[in-house]
Design a protein around this ligand. Structure first.
Ligand SMILES: Nc1ncnc2c1ncn2[C@@H]1O[C@H](COP(=O)(O)OP(=O)(O)OP(=O)(O)O)[C@@H](O)[C@H]1O
Ligand SMILES: [Zn+2]
Length: 889
């Protein structure tokens, strides 16, 4: 197998890396922490997935901060190309494989589990075997030495496919155990069958069958005999029963006849008594009839009829007469009632009229009083009128010597007043003029006193203005005169106004008195008119009352006339009632007679019916008597026919037959029971015989099967032993070869050293021998020695695989991570030799992580790993070997 290329995306410290790898020795180098180991891990992870991670998780391989990583690995194996792609994705808290595909030459495999299984079978190694053999991880160089011999044995066995032999051996053992179970079971069956057959043979089944069959024949014979005897008994019983049955029938008939005779006798007796009762009834009816005839005669005599056949005609005539009387009675009654109500009406009229008259008189009386009152009022009003006239005259007399006529006083007052106003104005004007003049005079006098002109204020000497002052003084005197004249006239006028106003007042009073007078006169006239009307009314009411009273008298007279008519009508009513009573009496008599006739006829009919019935009953009893004697004859005949001796014999026969049948039935049932017992016993014996036969047949079959199973069991045993022996042989051979190879390799690495050789025992226990022959446990070796020793062991295993068992495939690449850690320079050289030897042995590809110069020098190809210091991401680069340059570096 050879890895051709690996591509990483966000795998741990790699963001994006692609690396092609070739055959031969490839050395990966770079500074610490640059990502060398990661590169190898990626290859391991691509092949085995999570199984390659030991105790780490999927999420550890995803670059911190990224959500998903992908690894792609290309490799060739046995001349075919393969390509694995894995993608791991982190989602929420979970990280899982989201893609895992292996493309092979034939088909494509999907899913982590299937891909892993395919890789394990292709390389013949699972992840554990891979790290034990092909891939020495950093610090795990001593893994094989530290492993326990058992683990080592398992591991090497697995690598060399010896595990399969153990599996086959186990399967053969399981098969043998399975066959053993079957064998035991078949043997058990044979034993059981033998026991069963023996038990049955001991029972002497054939003898028993003979005995039972003999008994069955005897029972059959006895049953036949009893059955024929039972038949005879049944016949006897049936005959006796027939005789007794016939006798029973005769008895029953006799009983029936006796009952019939009794019934007939009873009926005859009853009918005879009915006849006697009928005779009595007839006698009673005849006497009733006589009484009725007598009564009818008496009644008819009372209404003087001797021929009863005229009764019906008389009744018809009576009915007509009664109708007439009834009609007339009705008429009279109506007349009385009408007259009564008429009289009543007249009386009511009279009473109404009388009360009308009374009311009229009362009203007349009232009027009379009211007239008297009115007259008094008239007198009072007339005197009031006279008073008013007088007062008016007094007031008018005031104008006799007045300056104005009656009626002009108001105008006069007005005229005077306006004159007074004029005067008041004039006084005011004059007074104002005077006041101004007085002031001017005072000013002038003051100026003058100071020597100035009173007109212009200039000095008096220059303008003689004193004349002006004199004029003003004269003017003032005139004004004074005028003012006193005006005042005088004004006082006079005031007096005249007072008088005129008094006159005006008189005028107004006369006006009011005249109004009063007019009102009073009007009232007087009205009153006078009312009195007149009332007096007329008074007369009318008196006349009205007189008329009503006379009409009331007339009504009383009419009512009295009607009363006398009613008396007459009542007399007539009495007469008619009397006639009606007579007629009714006569009719009752006639109806009684008619009733009697009807009853007499009914009696006659009843008597006739009873007589006929009596005759019928007589005939009936005659017939019954004939029946009675016939029944008696038949009964006597039957009584004579009964034979007591024969009956006695029949009863005895019956009893005997019954008891025999009972007995024989019991016996028969016993026998039959026994027979069915015997029959089933025979069945059981026959069954057992059949079973015996089938047991014998089965025993023969089991014997055959036993032989077959025993031979299969022997085969399985042989097979198991063979696989076991084969494995031991093969392991022994492997151990021998491995021991040889380990020693060879070890010699190669330690030609000169103190060690003589290595011993590998059957269970892969390793012992190192020193030159002096002392044994050493590998653990006791120095660190470097241990590492070399371990690598030798691995190398030996590789060689074993290469020389190999049959069909071993191409060898996986040898991958070593820092194998030189514990080695000194000399040993590094040996390691180089070892690695080269491996290459020569046919290991196609060897991947080494190391910075050892010697190893680098041995490389066919170099891979340089660097870190970008800014991003902390790794990068890979392939370089052709240039030893000189590397050494220079
Ligand atoms: N999931 C991850 N994401 C990012 N970086 C990671 C992750 N896991 C590990 N690393 C880093 O990858 C770097 C490379 O580690 P690795 O073991 O491959 O280095 P190395 O070259 O083998 O070093 P040494 O020579 O010391 O063995 C380490 O510095 C580590 O911190
Ligand atoms: Zn002057």
């Amino acid at each position: 197998m050879r890895v051709t290329d690996v591509t990483l995306e966000n795998f741990k410290c790699y963001e994006d890396a692609e690396l092609d790898l070739s055959t031969g020795i490839t050395v990966v180098h770079g500074v610490n922490g640059s990502g060398k180991s990661t590169l190898l891990e990626a290859i391991f992870f691509a092949l085995y997935g999570s199984r390659a991670l030991d105790d780490r998780t999927l999420s550890d391989v995803v670059t911190t901060g990224a959500t998903s990583t992908a690894v792609e690995l290309g490799f060739t194996h046995d001349g075919e190309r393969y390509r694995i792609e894995r993608r791991v994705t982190r989602r929420d808290e979970r990280t899982s494989t989201t893609k895992c595909v292996l493309e092979g030459p034939d088909d494509q495999i999907e899913g982590a589990r299937d891909v892993r299984a395919f890789v394990a079978s292709l390389l013949r190694m699972d992840a554990t075997a891979f790290v034990n053999c092909a891939y020495v991880r950093q610090g795990e160089v001593n893994k094989l030495i530290h492993a326990s011999p058992a683990d080592r044995q398992d591991m090497i066995d697995d690598l060399l496919q010896l595990g399969a032999l153990e599996t086959y051996r186990e399967r053969a053992s399981e098969a043998r155990l399975g066959v053993k179970d079957v064998l035991d079971e078949v043997r058990g069956q044979a034993t059981t069958l033998d026991e069963q057959i023996e038990a049955k043979r001991e029972k002497n089944l054939h003898d028993r069958l003979n005995e039972l069959e003999t008994e069955r024949a005897e029972i059959d014979e006895a049953i036949d005999r009893y059955e024929s005897q039972r038949e005879t008994a049944v016949e006897t019983r049936d005959a006796a029963e027939a005789v007794l049955e016939t006798h029973e029938e005769v008895r029953a008939e006799i009983d029936e006849l006796t009952a019939e005779i009794e019934t007939l006798r009873e009926k005859i007796r009853e009918t005879a008594s009915d006849r006697e009762a009928a005779t009595d009834d007839i006698a009673d009816l005849e006497s009733t009839r006589r009484e009725l005839t007598e009564r009818r005669s008496t009644v008819l005599e009372r209404v003087s009829i001797d021929d009863e056949s005229t009764v019906a005609a008389r009744l018809d005539a009576l009915a007509d007469r009664e109708t007439e009387i009834r009609d007339e009675l009705e008429d009279v009654r109506v007349a009385i009632s009408e007259a009564q109500s008429a009289a009543e009406r007249h009386r009511e009229t009279a009473s109404t009229l009388e009360s009308d008259a009374e009311a009229a008189r009362e009203r007349a009386e009232e009027l009379k009083t009211s007239i008297t009152d009115a007259r008094q009022t008239i007198d009072e009003r007339e005197s009031a009128l006279a008073d008013l006239d007088e007062e008016i005259e007094v007031e008018r007399a005031r104008f006799d010597d007045a300056p104005v006529d009656f009626g002009d006083a108001a105008d006069h007052v007005e005229t005077l007043r306006s004159r007074a106003d004029e005067l008041d104005e004039q006084v005011a004007d004059v007074r104002a003029e005077r006041t101004a003049l007085v002031a001017a005079i005072e000013d002038a006098e003051a100026l003058l006193a100071e020597g100035q002109c009173p007109e212009c204020g200039q000095p008096v000497d220059d303008a003689p203005h004193v004349t002006g002052l004199e004029d003003k003084r004269a003017e003032k005197a005139a004004l004074d005169d005028r003012l006193s004249a005006l005042r005088e006239e004004r006082a006079d006028l005031e007096e005249r106004i007072d008088r005129a106003e008094a006159l005006h007042e008189a005028e107004r009073r006369v006006e009011r008195l005249r109004d009063n007078r007019e009102t009073t006169a009007q009232l007087l006239a009205e009153k006078r008119e009312t009195v007149g009307e009332k007096e007329e009314q008074y007369e009318d009411l008196l006349a009205e009352a007189a008329d009503a009273e006379s009409e009331a008298d007339t009504a009383h007279d009419r009512a009295a006339d009607l009363d006398s008519d009613i008396d007459d009508l009542r007399d007539r009513l009495g007469d008619l009632n009397g006639t009606q009573a007579d007629l009714r009496e006569e009719r009752t008599a006639l109806e009684t007679a008619q009733d009697c006739t009807e009853q007499i006829e009914a009696c006659d009919r009843q008597i006739e019916t009873l007589r006929e019935r009596r005759a019928d009953w007589e005939t009936m009893n005659d017939e019954r008597r004939t029946q009675l004697s016939a029944a008696r004859d038949r009964r006597d005949e039957l009584r004579d026919s009964v034979d007591e001796d024969r009956l006695e014999t029949a009863r005895d026969d019956l009893e005997r037959a019954d008891s025999y049948i009972e007995q024989v039935d019991e016996t028969l049932s016993d026998r039959r029971e026994r027979r069915s017992e015997v029959q089933s016993a025979i069945g059981a014996v026959e069954n057992e015989l059949e079973e015996l036969e089938s047991l014998e047949a089965r025993r023969a079959a089991v014997a055959d099967r036993l032989t077959a199973v025993e031979s299969v069991y022997e085969d399985a045993e042989t097979l198991q032993e063979t696989y076991g022996t084969l494995r031991t042989d093969l392991r022994q051979r492997n151990v021998e070869t491995l021991e040889r190879l380990v020693n060879e390799t070890f010699d190669l690495l330690y030609q000169n050293d103190t060690y003589a050789g290595i011993d590998l025992d059957g269970s892969y226990r390793l012992t190192v021998y020193q030159k002096d022959g002392d044994p050493l446990d590998p653990d006791q070796l120095s660190g470097g020695e241990r590492a070399i020793f371990n690598l030798s062991l691995r190398c030996a295993i590789y060689r074993l695989l290469a020389e190999g068992v049959d069909g071993s495939g191409p060898l996986p690449p040898l991958i070593l991570d820092e194998p030189t850690v514990f080695l000194d320079a000399g040993h590094v050289g040996q390691l180089v030799t070892l690695v080269e030897t491996m290459r020569d042995l046919g290991v196609e590809q060897i991947l080494l992580v190391s910075h050892d110069e010697e190893l680098v020098g041995a490389a066919d190809e170099l891979v340089h790993v660097t870190t970008d210091p800014t991003t902390n991401r790794s990068a890979v680069e392939r370089r052709k070997t240039d030893l000189a340059r590397i050494l220079a570096e």
